[in-house]
Design a protein around this ligand. Structure first.
Ligand code: APR
Ligand code: PHB
Length: 393
């Protein structure tokens, strides 16, 4: 089999790339190791920057997002039992939208299959070959049959645990990493949101976040230990902890209880590899970098990488040579590092670190106070949170 761009992974990165290339008249094949049901039902991130919403809208996959997404113009920081609103939109002119990652994936999958473009689920034994030549290929097994896909370029969009990054010979990539001494215990509950806007709470017992998926579905997170055993968390204990950490000094807890539909523990890590390329293999999204979820950047960064990569591939196929593809890694990384910095900063600002000394605690609260009390401080948070501009150049 032959295609122009072989895409490994049908997460936000791989599916958006396939979609943008299809619209530009460039052929691709998307290969995904999991089932369609698994991809469409796995609950992950949920906050879209305006730039992410814009690209989905402009390319015809934004209808349901506009019907069902919840538009937010501010967020709340809560510390020392008080709430402080950061007016994102009046500061930046931009808005963010709550719409589950798996909903974005459903829309992209429907668009791709509707257009008759190739997308294969449950592929096995994916391996990459001849990455340093002009004729790379992907071998895999699908429905019991061995396949070879010859391509011009391969996009490694297979997430943090995929095989693409691992296919690059040792010594080529440099990895930068920070593992945090805590994780997030997340639940999805059949309960109205605690508040119309997200609440990020700093509390001595640990960080908590109240977000949502709809008017009737809450998504709530609690800082926990990295090796936390979910079995030790009864429903009552989860709710008690959420109430305690999110409570307002005078108004009490805003958290509304409901049936817990799903629960899980998410590790917290910052990770980047440089460069995001080896020969004809281009890494994008979680395959190249991970952020802790505090800044809500993971999916948005994957989308930004893909916009840069799709633009470079269009130039390549219009006969403008390899120039923009050569520049892809540096261009993507400049934005990746800014989002890394922001995600690390939000994480450091809001979590309690084990054995934290009282000095650090005081400085953390002073910094939160500064952000909420100064136009410059609030703007620093807001312009990063809504997403820094992306110039494709
Ligand atoms: N072959 C084919 N597909 C693979 C392989 C493989 N060997 N290994 C992994 N995959 C698939 C995974 O099953 C997954 O569906 O690649 C996809 C990668 O998707 P994501 O992990 O969602 O990564 P990405 O598209 O980069 O999106 C990043 O996802 O993890 C969240 O918070 C993160 O929101 C961010 C976003
Ligand atoms: C979510 O809605 O799941 C969400 C929102 C904001 C974050 C992290 C997760 O910072």
């Amino acid at each position: 089999m032959r295609t122009q761009v072989g895409i490994v992974g049908a997460g936000p990165a791989g599916l958006l790339l396939g979609h943008l290339l299809h619209r530009a008249g460039i052929e691709s094949v998307v290969l995904e190791s999991r089932s369609r049901t698994h991809v469409e039902e796995r609950i992950r991130a949920g906050l879209l920057e305006q730039g992410t919403v814009d690209v989905l809208t402009e390319t015809g996959v934004g209808d349901r997002l506009h019907r069902e997404g919840l538009v937010h113009e501010g967020l709340e920081l809560r510390f020392d039992g008080e709430g402080h609103r950061i007016p994102l939109t009046s500061l930046t002119g931009r808005r963010v939208t709550i719409y589950g990652q798996q909903e974005v994936l459903k829309d992209l999958i429907a668009a791709r299959l509707g257009a008759g473009a190739p997308l294969q689920f449950e592929v096995e034994q994916v391996a990459l070959h001849d990455l340093e030549s002009d004729y790379p290929s992907i071998t895999y097994v699908h429905e019991g049959a061995a396949q070879t896909l010859h391509c011009d370029v391969i996009a490694g969009c297979d997430g943090f645990h995929g095989i693409c990054r691992e296919s690059i010979p040792a010594g080529v990539l440099r990895a930068y990493e920070r593992v945090y001494p805590f994780a997030w215990l997340g639940i999805l509950a059949a309960a109205p949101p605690a508040s119309p806007e997200l609440i990020y709470a700093r509390h001595e017992r640990g960080f908590a976040l109240a977000t949502m998926r709809s008017e009737t579905l809450s998504r709530l997170y609690l800082q926990c230990r990295p090796e936390e055993d979910l079995a030790a968390w009864s429903d009552d204990r989860i709710w008690a902890e959420l109430h305690a950490r999110l409570a307002h000094r005078d108004l009490g807890s805003p958290v509304k209880e409901g049936k817990i539909l799903q629960r899980g523990v998410t590790a917290m890590r910052s990770f980047v590899v440089e460069p995001m390329r080896f020969g004809r293999l281009f890494l994008a999204g979680d395959a190249a970098h991970i952020v802790p979820p505090t800044g809500a950047k993971g999916m948005n960064l994957a989308v930004a990488d893909i916009r840069v990569l799709a633009h470079a591939l269009q130039a390549f196929y219009r006969g403008r040579g390899m120039g923009l593809l050569e520049a892809y890694s540096a261009k993507a990384l400049a934005r990746v590092w800014k989002a890394q910095r922001f995600s690390w900063w939000m994480t450091s600002l809001l979590h309690s670190f084990d054995g934290e000394d009282p000095f650090e605690h005081k400085v953390q609260v002073a910094e939160l106070d500064y952000i909420c009390g100064s136009a410059a401080g609030a703007m620093t948070l807001a312009e990063n949170y809504v997403g820094l501009p992306l110039a494709l150049g």
